[in-house]
Design a protein around this ligand. Structure first.
Ligand code: SER
Length: 858
């Protein structure tokens, strides 16, 4: 049988810890084996859970987190009477190990096995020892188990006391063979029932026996490990056996474990198997750091590993690219945190007395802020003979959880918020990979659709997805969330329309399943829309340059009041009291473009908020910052950086990548707050092109060139003014009947002359002038002009001075306005104006005035 996956079917186990794990159903009688005897070489990981060798790696020369276990299995076939002599035969005759060096142990209760060793095999009774717990084997707290019998090899007196494995040390007596007599099942911890068919599970560690056969007691000296140790030394420029020998061993083991786990579908995360993987990776990274490796190192060993083991484990070769990328990203991201966390740890331990434990609170800070798994901190401290107050660590973790719950509970939560919050507690913060990559594989950790947590979504469903790690940027600091696609192996595709934060630091991808289906634990390839992100980068970096330019141009009172970074534009609000003049804007624009052309590197570093402020970073007042902040520096001015800001956003690599910068608007948004809108990169070029296009269209319409446009437009405006004047003149003359046309004579109403005229199309503002003309013309009397236009009517009434003691223009115009459905009207006794919506009543308005006049005159 080929080796099974490192991820067992048994839910009770984290990893495949022994050769027998894939066969548990056969031992239990739950499944019928295709044959009653089998042989395997099974890949195993012992890190976390009942079988955990992680803490011993690097300290002994025989422990591994990853190893290969050779096994023979009998499923209700041969038993003790056959297995014991065969084991002896293989070890002494096939491998040729000296009988005098071998010791045997059996379980205290197992007289039968002891008897076989003595009588059938002929092992002297003083070489057979009985042990209790050490000779009882189980994969986990539940499942098949039984007494076991082991063969040990004595490496010699220089490695410790004699007296056999029961008394001597493990360094001297090394276990090379284990026969487990599977006789019981533990359905629940502590409960034992006999198995239907007693079976045998034989195990022999490949690395151990290989070392022995190569005549060494160092399991790391065998070819499979040595090639990796040498590669590690080579890539880091150090001596494989010098002061960093331990680091090389840890790295060699951990690269094997990490690579095989990734090949079997585990990716680093903050829970379960993914977290064990992360712990292994980060531990190895610390050792690379100790050696002074400047660049990520682990990924560079993958090719060596695949060359050595890829033929036996084809899944390793198939996943080579994924393994390399995963290691590279994790290390690149963790490197800076590691350095800073180690410094903090050194500061903290310097304050402690000899042998005093590290306070749990500090271990928790290292975990929470710097991503130090507890066992990494323990590993560091072990070297100085110091422990960690792990109860204090748990308490600090619990306290933070409770506080987060409390602060969230007060913030108008919805049922969906609660879902995210629960998920956040379960899976931890999402790792953001997007500073260094736009694509990565990730494991689905949570799905919410229709406001409910679900296990699976299908084509057509809208969904919010949480994964262990993502290159997608979630909206923050003004920068809008990324878009892109998630793809599964079987043609599954999800289109992501937005990315945002929920429950603080859970990155949620919001989108629609286009094809296939997505289920929890699926692995998806996540791809950020690269062109869009590139626009976001340009606009975000341009915002920083703009911010600095504004302060330089307008003064240090300028602070950021709001910011939007979109792929195709930016908006930046600042505190400033006056309009920013065109000249100033042009100066700001020039300064930004000069920084762009200088093409200096954009640097990002992590520091404490105090260090950041000390370095001149512009922090936002009232913002809450964690223990570590990202500081983005760009541009240059007389040897000093042009801009230093605290920022978690994504930026261009060099200012030149911004391309170009153009301010397109300046306005007021509130008292003392101005808004600048601008474009950068492709959007700036598109803006220029658009402006040019407008000019060309205008010039074409006016049959001129863009250069002649201003003059041409001025001429047109002048022309238009002249025409308007002429038109107005002409209308007036028409209405008053001058210029030869016979004016309609004024009526006489009880001796008072009344000229009422309808002059449609005349603008309201011209009516008064016309009324004046008309008054002059009739000499003494009352005039009324009504004009209909734009769906309403305007009305003017004039009274000659000699009659104002008898008639009031205001009163008269109100009579007319009433007919037009209007209210009010105003002016002086000799001239008043009004209007109304009922354009159809123009004639009636004149009649009402006439009637009012006759009533007044009478
Ligand atoms: N399961 C036993 C072991 O792991 C024998 O294969 O030692």
């Amino acid at each position: 049988r080929a080796s099974a996956s490192l991820i067992p079917h048994e839910p009770s186990l984290l990893f495949t810890v022994a050769g027998m794990v894939p066969f548990m159903p056969y031992f239990l009688g739950e499944e019928v084996p295709p044959t009653r005897r089998m042989v395997t070489i099974q890949k195993c990981v012992r890190a976390g859970g009942k079988h955990n060798d992680l803490d011993d790696i690097g300290r002994t020369n025989r422990h591994f987190t990853f190893f290969e276990m050779m096994g023979n299995f009998s499923f209700g076939d041969y038993f003790k009477a056959e297995a014991i002599p065969w084991a002896w035969e293989f070890v002494t005759e096939v491998l040729g190990l000296e009988r005098e060096k071998l010791w045997v142990t059996v379980h205290v209760s197992d007289d039968e096995a002891a008897e076989i060793w003595q009588s059938s095999v002929g092992v002297p009774p003083e070489r057979i020892q009985r042990l209790d717990k050490d000779n009882w084997w189980a994969a986990g707290d539940v499942g098949p188990c039984g007494p076991c019998s082991e063969i040990f090899y004595d490496l010699g007196p220089e490695l410790g006391d004699g007296g056999g494995p029961a008394h001597g040390g493990e360094d001297r007596f090394v276990e090379i063979w284990n026969l487990v007599f599977m006789q019981f099942d533990q359905p629940r911890p502590g409960e034992r029932v006999p198995l239907p068919k007693p079976s045998v599970d034989t195990g022999m560690g490949l690395e151990r026996i290989t070392a022995l056969m190569q005549g060494t007691n160092d399991n790391y000296a065998i070819d499979a490990l040595r090639t990796l140790i040498e590669a590690s030394a080579d890539r880091s420029g150090t001596d494989p056996d010098g002061e960093h020998a331990v680091a090389h061993r840890v790295i060699a083991d951990h690269v094997r474990a990490s690579s095989f786990l990734i090949a079997d579908g585990v990716l680093p995360s903050n829970e379960g198997r993914g977290y064990v993987l992360r712990r292994i990776m980060r531990r190895a990274m610390r050792h690379a750091h100790i050696m002074g490796a400047e660049d990520p190192l682990l990924w560079k060993l993958v090719a060596t590993l695949v060359a050595g083991m890829g033929a036996a484990f084809p899944e390793l070769a198939r996943a080579e690219a994924l393994i390399t990328e995963t290691l590279r990203h994790e290390e690149a991201r963790f490197k800076e945190m590691l350095e800073r966390g180690l410094r903090l740890l050194a500061d903290e331990t310097a304050r402690l007395g000899a042998g005093e434990k590290l306070p749990g609170e500090v271990a928790f800070r290292l975990y929470d802020t710097y991503g130090f798994p507890l066992d990494l901190t323990e590993d560091v401290l072990r070297g100085e003979g110091r422990g960690v107050d792990s109860a204090g660590f748990e308490a600090a973790m619990e306290r933070q959880r409770a506080e987060a719950r409390k602060s969230w509970a007060g913030s108008g939560q919805t049922a969906e918020d609660e879902l995210w919050f629960d998920l956040r507690e379960r899976v931890g913060a999402t790792e953001f990979l997007g500073y260094t990559t736009l694509a990565a594989d990730a494991v689905v950790a949570g799905l919410v659709s229709g406001g409910k947590s679900v296990d699976r979504v299908e084509a057509g469903n809208e969904v919010s997805i949480v994964v262990n790690q993502t290159p997608f940027y979630a909206e923050a600091g003004g920068q809008t969330g990324d878009r892109g696609t998630l793809e599964g192996e079987d043609g599954t595709a999800v289109e992501i329309a937005d990315t945002r934060y929920c429950a603080d630091d859970l990155i949620v991808h919001v989108g629609t399943v286009k094809s296939g289906a997505v289920a929890l634990d699926d692995v998806l390839e996540m791809r950020v829309d690269a062109a869009r992100r590139s626009g976001l980068r340009a606009h975000h970096s341009a915002t920083h340059l703009l911010h600095s330019a504004l302060r330089r141009q307008l003064g240090a009172h300028v602070t950021q009041k709001g910011s939007l970074v979109a792929p195709d534009r930016l908006r930046f609000d600042i505190s400033h009291h006056a309009l920013i003049e065109r000249d100033a804007l042009a100066g700001i624009e020039r300064a930004v473009n000069r920084q762009i052309r200088a093409n200096t590197e954009v640097a990002t570093r992590l520091m404490t908020p105090d260090e950041a402020i000390g370095s001149g970073a512009m922090a936002l007042f009232g913002e809450k910052y964690g223990d570590e902040v990202r500081v983005v520096t760009m541009g240059e001015d007389a040897g000093e950086p042009w801009s230093v800001e605290l920022c978690g956003g994504t930026h261009v690599a060099r200012t030149g990548d911004i391309g170009a910068f153009k301010i397109v608007a300046e306005s007021a948004v509130a008292a003392g707050v101005r808004r600048i809108e601008a474009v950068a990169g492709d959007a700036a070029i598109a803006h220029f092109t658009g402006q040019e296009d407008l000019l060309m269209r205008a010039a074409t319409a006016l049959k001129t060139s863009p250069a002649q446009l201003p003059e041409r437009i001025e001429a047109l405006i002048e022309e238009r003014r002249r025409l308007e004047r002429e038109l107005s003149e002409t209308r007036r003359k028409l209405a008053t009947g001058a210029q030869g046309s016979e004016p309609e004579p004024a009526k006489k109403i009880d001796g008072i002359a009344f000229a009422g005229r309808r002059v449609d199309g005349v603008p309201a503002k011209e009516l008064r002038g016309m009324a004046d003309d008309l008054k002059k013309q009739i000499g003494s009397g009352v005039v009324a002009l009504v004009a209909v236009g734009g769906g309403k009517a305007s009305l003017v009434v004039g009274v000659t001075d000699d009659l104002t003691d008898r008639f009031d223009a205001v009163a008269l115009v109100r009579e007319g306005a009433a007919a037009l459905g209007g209210k009010g009207g105003g002016g002086r006794p000799d001239m008043a104006q009004a209007g109304g919506p009922d354009a159809g009543a123009a004639e009636k308005a004149l009649e009402s005035i006439e009637q009012a006049l006759s009533a007044g005159a009478g």
